[in-house]
Design a protein around this ligand. Structure first.
Ligand SMILES: CC(C)C(=O)/C=C/C(C(=O)O)=C(/O)C(=O)O
Ligand SMILES: [Fe+2]
Length: 288
């Protein structure tokens, strides 16, 4: 079993890199870290959300080109992971030195999960000696989870929990919420006809930060697509809103820690009362 230590980064292609960078800075409050590549095409910009050097990267490319990176604890584990994935028939790609530099990691491998989601396993993501603070008072405390699209959630749950070390904290219908540490989930798998990152979550410090975000987003004309609300699953208070290229972003606060490693998952029906215990109803295709 490949032991995932933490979620590390998301890389998103975009046709409007300047616009995506403005959104990351102005709306998400993420601080630009590194810029890569020539002045016109092939550019990439990394953004910080916590002590790590980058957790969100936008690059000149196809907006459907999404990659989610997870941290492994050592080079030995990375080499063992590559061998195990290849043994299971997954095509594994080793990151080139220039790609490692762009990801601010010592080394990485890439492969696709059974739905075709591009996944990278990385060693030693760089931490910064410069304290992170948001570009505006978002209360942002860090990149925390992704929703991934799955063409077969039961099959993919088996992959994420037997090949990789995720555990199911709760299920909503067929959608598993998967933890890789004590945080209730770092990955959620949602039924979809195609692969990709379905939403990107950052934690914020309090409900005050969520409510301030709610008013600010409305004042900036950014569509809030779910919330303010509170998930009965993770207990997190949340706000989902539109980002560049159709990506949905989520701010949440108060996510539950699962301290019992053997805690059994709960099964919730796929119904709005399982999504929000305050009564908010999502305007998000995968949550309809
Ligand atoms: C709206 C979806 C189905 C939902 O309820 C997801 C749950 C949680 C949570 O409990 O925190 C998420 O954050 C998530 O899956 O994104
Ligand atoms: Fe979420």
């Amino acid at each position: 079993m490949i032991a995932l230590k933490d979620i590390s980064y998301v890389r998103l292609g975009t046709r409007d890199l300047d616009g995506a960078c403005r959104y990351a800075n102005d709306i998400l409050g993420l601080r630009e870290g590194q810029r890569y590549g020539p002045p016109r095409h092939g550019r990439a910009v990394g953004f910080r959300s916590d002590a790590r050097e980058q957790t969100l990267v936008y690059f000149d490319g196809d907006p459907a080109d999404h990659t989610t990176g997870f941290e492994l604890s050592s080079m030995a584990e990375l080499q063992s992971a590559a061998a195990e994935l290849e043994r299971l028939g997954h095509a594994v790609r080793e990151g080139r030195p220039d790609e490692c530099e762009q990801r601010r990691v010592q080394a990485f491998i890439g492969f696709n999960d059974p739905s075709g989601n591009a996944i990278e396993l990385a060693v030693a993501p760089f931490h910064s000696g410069v304290r992170f603070f948001p570009t505006r008072d978002t209360g942002n405390t860090g990149f925390s989870h992704v929703g991934l699209r799955s063409t077969d959630p039961a099959r993919d749950e088996r992959f994420w929990t037997t090949v990789l070390s995720a555990k199911v904290s709760d299920r909503i219908g067929a959608a598993p919420l998967l933890r890789i540490d004590e945080v209730h989930h770092k990955i959620a798998l949602f039924p979809s006809a195609y692969a990709g990152v379905q939403h990107i979550n950052h934690q914020v410090a309090s409900i005050d930060d969520l409510m301030r975000a709610w008013y600010l987003l409305q004042s900036r004309g950014i569509r809030v697509v779910f919330g303010p609300g509170k998930h009965p699953t993770s207990g997190a208070m949340f706000l989902y809103f539109e980002g560049p290229d159709g990506m949905v972003y989520e701010f949440s606060s108060g996510v539950r820690m699962v301290t019992d490693p053997d805690a059994p998952p709960r099964q919730f029906p796929f119904h709005p009362t399982s999504f929000c215990m305050w009564g908010s109803v999502p305007d998000i295709p995968e949550f309809r």
